[in-house]
Design a protein around this ligand. Sequence first.
Ligand code: 6LW
Length: 532
Amino acid sequence: MAQFETYTNPIIPGFYPDPSVCRVGDDYYLVNSSFEWWPGIPVWHSRDLVNWNHIGHAIHRKGQICTNPNIWAPTIRYHQGKFYVICTERPGSVFFVTADNPAGPWSDAVYFDIDKEKVSAIDPSLFWDEDGTCWLASNDRNKSGTIKHWVWIQKVDLKPVNRGGRLEASFVGERNYICDGSGVGPDNYAEGPHLFKVDGFYYLMIAEGGTWDNHAVSFLRTDDLEKSAEDWEYCPFNPVLTHRDKQSPISATGHADMVETQNGDWWLVHLGVRKQDGKHKLGRETFLVPLQWKTDSLGRKWPLANPDKGNKTLMEDQWPNLSWSPEKQRANIDEFQNGTLGLQYNFYNEPENLDWYKIVDGQLHIKLLPAKATDKGHCAFIARRQQHHNFNVETEIFFHPKNETEVAGLMTGIKNTNHIRVEISKPGNETMATLYYVSPHGEKNVARVNVPTGNHYFLRLEARGWNFQFYIGTKKNKWVKLGGLQDARIMSSEIAKGFTGSYVGMYASSNGNTSDNWCRFEYFMYEPYHNN
Ligand code: 6LW
């Protein structure tokens, strides 16, 4: 079997933030936040920590959780034959789901009754001590987001009780507030806590500094989880990982989780962003960095990220001491041959039902829904993440607009208020392809061409950094340039705000009217260009 000497970061490119990892034997499982994208919480499998295969979603069924999802920062753990994923459903609740098989199905949600009037908990994590006691670590966040976060831990009983139709687990004993940060660096903002037991000590990993440029990972430890805050010991090397000094192509490194391999090595997975021209469009991505335990002057051991390489996560680093286990690569072209939508696709917000799309004879059919691309909620948009700075997207669409409100095409962006899309429509007797650019200031029609009526069309997007150009054709590879944006930074997280990343996908709408019309897509291609 081929063995590589190095791996490249990010290990999971694109909008895959807040990674959490666990190991079961020789197998590793990882989850990410998904916010309002459906299905929620992607679940990954790997045997070498570098090649990851998307195997399912922890939130995949209507009714599994109580409200429309807005999922923040999950943790995955394995305990006595069961997988647990615990996370926050914003704005309110902490819940967990369980599964025998991490590919699914996952159970209905079990909630913690946690919310106070002004404060909600985020970033929950579970830890089982050797005596079987289960602890929940989390951090408070007040609803306006203005006070500092405090990390706390508390014993819990996970056995669900049905309270008024909602499954609930219970707290045991007092909540122990541990810290609001390591005290090192700007804006402590402690969050993303995880507990580990190593050589008889309990290590508390925290993220701090806020999720952007000042993000960092720090450690505390204690020999007794019931000890009060002032008796915990702070790692003198804190933060053990940060790219605050902006000396790396990777920024915002933080919100992490760590795992010990079957060979006794320790690795950290964490989020980070890759900026171009000071902004990023791919969301917060998942990175991997080796940890080494170093002893301080008091003889205490602490895990440090790449201490011999400037305490930084590198774009390329030494391969883990694990055999190369390539996962099956997803083909660049999806010809809809499987009868079901691939795991790479998401909808923006959970749909009311799933009767508006189907795969028949190798074509994806999408019904025109009244919701518009600029609406806040769910619309008929089947999309996948942009995972590279440079990429090409191509599709073939069959569509006969029946009236001037019916449109279908290709859309890319980060939000309803920050996107570009090309639509086929028939405003009068002629069929048109129109390119729209949408910013918080409104919608602009940037290009329009006539296309033959009653035909099928090929649509193509070429993204090179912030330059997005669209093409149309009635024959494959016979492109007419439609136009685009030289500078699409409107789709950056810095401008659009929020915690997600950019998507690209197939779209259809009847613009406020009911319609029984459908469009069909023959294939959908996403192809990295020069792989970066
Ligand atoms: C998450 C918090 C954070 O809950 O961003 O980067 C929040 N860290 O820990 C949303 O991902």
